[in-house]
Design a protein around this ligand. Sequence first.
Ligand code: C5P
Length: 224
Amino acid sequence: SSCIALIVAAGSGQRFGAEQPKQYLDLAGQPVLRRTVEAFRRHPKVSAVRVVINPAFRDLYDAAVAGLDLPEPVAGGASRQDSVRNGLEALADSAPGLVLIHDAARPLIDSDTINAVIAALDTHPAALAAVPVADTLKRGDDGLVAGTVDRSGLWRAQTPQGFRFPAILAAHRDAAGLELTDDAAVAERAGLPVALVPAREENFKVTTPDDLTRATRALDSALS
Ligand code: C5P
């Protein structure tokens, strides 16, 4: 069945502190969003890519994906959850079998991880890329350690998060208005089993200027 990549790029990037949202900044010669889109476009199991944007940044979007011949972008919403739901609604008519939801701000996504998430959907209605927690976790209180949190069994959720399309569309409609920070949480709430797919540290989310430097280094070392 067909698999569509839905890339959410409608954030304002306020934490980043740049004039432009981070997904439109240059990363080693290409906009972050263009790299993200290309990672899915060149994947043989992904049939199409759809991007969710803030229409206020339409010019930046057009410049970032110039020449890629993408379908019309979808208008996002106030929260990430709203942006995803708008994207899913826009796909409803074409009724894909699978959807991979991915943050535009994760440009270093690799093809093996995309493959593994798609493969997990053979046996599960939902699956997400994630990394096991390696550091010891502390709860902080006013600059002091208030306790140590058991890290066993804890994972850091990334994207892509993949779903059987009808199940995640229904779950998102039902969760509208809640403040859930990822789509797996929407699926969990609907009672869907979500498979954990071990992914790479390199697929981190570009959130701060330091992250852009880190991503540039990762690309440089991949080339040399
Ligand atoms: O803000 P955060 O880093 O969690 O955003 C993750 C992804 O969700 C980013 O790619 C961002 O552009 C997107 N997003 C969105 N609509 C929003 C907020 C975030 O598409 N309202």
